[in-house]
Design a protein around this ligand. Structure first.
Ligand SMILES: C[S@@+](CC[C@H](N)C(=O)[O-])C[C@H]1O[C@@H](n2cnc3c(N)ncnc32)[C@H](O)[C@@H]1O
Length: 222
């Protein structure tokens, strides 16, 4: 797999050590006190939109797949990530669902997946990807062929403008961007709205703190 340095940088922090502290550092502390979007808001977003045939992309530690309520207790689940540490940790955490596992760069065409899904989540993925939101629309373009008619793609992303940002949030975002853990300095609410509006008739964005929780429906593809 050929990867640019920037794509590699967006996933390189997810070492075994990074993943060991992720739930506490990001989901407990940063979400509530820095980004001001408590993890329970994101979990609610999962609970509202997840289906029994689901693909999660950019899995991290698998927290949301572990904690969310699927419509039944036997969902068909697949996980995709570029980073094998994230994939392995999540696969272990949700082994009760026996997920299929794919290693892929979401910015490339997803040729190895031959199944379709009723829902696809991309939580906290966009702000890790290089480029601006106009180039990140590729994520939706690559996922749409895997989505059943009437299916939804949902998730959330940390924005740098058009949202309420404390001084601490601005400082941390700037550090993460310098280290290339995040690439969201050009990710504004206005741009997110514009790219979703350009592709989808039916989409929603809810802003909580610095985070935009979004959902698009395939049925309404322009
Ligand atoms: C911030 S974590 C999000 C984890 C989880 N979705 C959550 O919300 O807690 C981002 C995840 O996206 C993965 N990732 C980063 N760049 C990627 C890429 N180009 N293609 C696929 N996965 C990528 C990382 O390896 C990591 O597992």
């Amino acid at each position: 797999m050929e990867l640019s340095q920037d794509v590699k940088a967006g996933q390189s922090v997810y070492t075994s050590m990074g993943l060991a502290i992720y739930d506490v550092l990001v989901l407990s502390i940063s979400n509530s006190y820095i980004w001001k979007c408590p993890t329970r808001k994101i979990l609610e977003h999962f609970n509202k939109n997840i289906s029994n045939k689901h693909l999660d992309v950019g899995v991290g530690t698998g927290y949301f797949l572990d904690k969310c309520n699927f419509p039944t207790n036997k969902p068909t689940l697949a996980i995709m990530d570029l980073n094998t540490n994230s994939l392995n940790k999540t696969q272990k955490r949700i082994k009760r669902y026996n997920p299929k596992k794919y290693r892929a760069n979401i910015l490339d065409k997803l040729t190895q997946i031959d199944e379709n899904y009723d829902s696809i989540s991309i939580n906290y993925l966009l702000h890790c990807l290089p480029g601006n939101l106009i180039s990140k629309i590729k994520v939706f373009e690559n996922l749409l062929p895997l989505l059943n008619q009437d299916g939804v793609i949902f998730g959330s992303t940390i924005l740098s403008d058009g949202v309420k940002k404390s001084t601490t949030a601005s400082k941390l975002m700037s550090i993460y961007n310098k280290k290339k853990i995040f690439c969201n300095m050009e990710d504004t609410l206005e741009n997110l709205d514009a790219i979703l509006a350009s592709r989808f008739k039916n989409y929603s964005i809810e802003v909580v703190g610095c985070v935009a929780l979004f959902k698009v429906q395939k049925q309404e593809l322009c």
